[in-house]
Design a protein around this ligand. Structure first.
Ligand code: FE2
Length: 461
């Protein structure tokens, strides 16, 4: 190549580079979650092909994103190999950044990325102040989501008419650990994590998603050379606020406060006996809860302790975890336990030690998000603690109106419409907890959904 040709080549290369779109490696799979225990920060996660730098710009004015934060840690990839395939999956570069110093009840705008491209501008609204019982807190509850048209119907229904402050997903997210239905061996097709990330971005780039691990997140697939590290993808792709709750487990078990509620996220698929770290952490976490600040305590895990469906009945993670932990939850008067795993909705009356008990906990199974395994049809005769059950896909809506009154509705997917099928008020008093409904209208609490424009009625207690 002559000197002149070389210069011409360089000039052409520069011109081509200048013509490349700015978003040549823009973020994908963007989602957010609460970043601490106080409700003052929000973590955003995203994936790039090759861009290693990363930051988030945010602010209350979409035209002037005047705050910024660099990514929390160096962007990284993980490798995954299953027993049954020679192919090694390598993830994209995973980024996490934390937007701190946020005010409650405030709409923020943000975009994430780096020098090789940024995302579109997303927005979210922060939850009410910690401890507030003067305005309702709205939480969408789902489980066993998967990535089917039913999954999307569920997400569409949540977004359409319920402005939840957060969505809680009680395990079994992408179903990446089994490539095809009825496949005898689990291939762990990690690309399904990427398709799931793209499916949920339109929802959870705008609303915090809080997750816990289910059996489909374990992903340990047999002898070497398979990847031996359990929960590898789940641990890599999220940054839940574990450190602020004193958990050093990554995303495996942790807690967070939001408005008037203390939320606890447990792991059914790691040790839970009294001498195990998860139990000891839970005991300490419950001991530290200040009920004058967070009058509601909501515990969540994947495998249900109470359920009358014939599917997944009396599995070890259900019976042994209940045997280990139920007394502790009862001692601290935990209000709700949400679980999934069984792909059907079921609400239990306040229950303790296998009997209805006003000092017990309201158990709700919400493993009906819409995954490809289908609804779990078939029941045992209905136990006295089982209040309502139905094997149809859908989602739950929990509204905490004040320190004593919660309203829970379950919405099933019927012909693409969210139809209210269970409707109950959970009311606490000195004598215990009772379920009232569906005719009870909340007394002089106004039943309002749409937290950006409406406010609750007077406080009852
Ligand atoms: Fe499950």
């Amino acid at each position: 190549m002559t000197g002149r040709t070389c210069l011409a080549f360089v000039a052409l290369a520069v011109a081509l580079a200048a013509a490349l779109p700015l978003d040549q490696d823009a973020p994908t799979q963007v989602h957010i979650n609460l970043g601490d225990n106080e409700g003052t920060s929000m973590v955003v996660s995203w994936i790039t092909n090759a861009a290693t730098d990363g930051y988030v710009q945010f602010g209350t004015d979409p035209d002037h994103l005047d705050s910024s934060a660099d990514q929390m840690e160096k962007a990284y990839r993980y490798n995954f190999r299953s027993t049954y395939s020679p192919e090694v999956y390598t993830s994209g570069l995973i980024h996490h950044a934390n937007m701190t110093g946020l005010e409650p009840n405030t709409q923020y705008f943000y975009r994430c990325g780096g020098k090789q491209g940024t995302s579109t501008t997303f927005n979210f609204t922060t939850p009410p102040p910690l401890g507030s019982v003067e305005e309702p807190l709205y939480i969408a509850m789902i489980g066993d989501l998967g990535q089917t048209t039913d999954s999307i119907s569920t997400l569409d229904h949540i977004r359409a008419d319920f402005e939840a402050h957060i969505t809680v997903l009680v395990g079994d997210l992408s179903y990446a650990d089994s490539a095809e239905q009825n496949e005898p061996t689990r291939n762990c097709t990690q690309k399904r994590w990427d398709s799931w990330g793209q499916i949920v971005e339109p929802y959870f780039a705008y609303q915090p998603l809080m997750v816990l691990p289910g059996n489909h997140e374990v992903e340990q697939v047999g002898p070497l050379p398979a990847t031996q590290e359990q929960f590898l993808a789940y641990q890599s792709r999220f940054r839940m606020p574990s450190p602020s709750s004193g958990s050093n487990s990554g995303n495996l078990y942790y807690s967070f406060n939001i408005g008037p509620a203390h939320y606890i996220m447990l792991n059914s698929y790691m040790d839970f006996n009294h001498s195990d770290p998860q139990y000891m952490w839970l005991e300490e976490d419950l001991r530290k809860v200040d009920r004058t600040v967070t009058p509601w305590v909501v515990c969540n895990m994947h495998a249900p302790w109470y359920n009358s469906d014939v599917h997944h009945h009396d599995e070890y993670e259900e019976t042994a975890m209940r045997a280990s932990m139920e007394d502790l939850l009862h001692q601290y008067r935990v209000d709700f336990v949400f679980s999934g795993h069984v792909h059907a909705y079921e609400r239990m009356y306040p229950t303790y030690n296998n009997k209805t008990d006003p000092t017990g906990t309201t158990y709700i199974n919400i493993g009906d998000g819409g995954n490809r395994e289908g609804p779990a049809e078939g029941y045992f005769p209905q136990p006295e603690w089982s209040a309502y059950r139905e094997p149809v896909f859908g989602h739950g809506r929990l509204a905490l109106f004040n320190a004593t009154h919660a309203h829970f509705t379950w919405h099933k997917n019927v012909d693409s419409e969210p139809v209210v099928s269970d409707d109950v008020w959970v009311i606490k008093s000195e004598s215990g907890t009772r379920h009232v409904g569906p005719k009870f209208d909340g007394g002089h609490i106004k039943r309002q959904y749409g937290h950006k424009t409406e406010r609750a009625g007077p406080i009852l207690a």
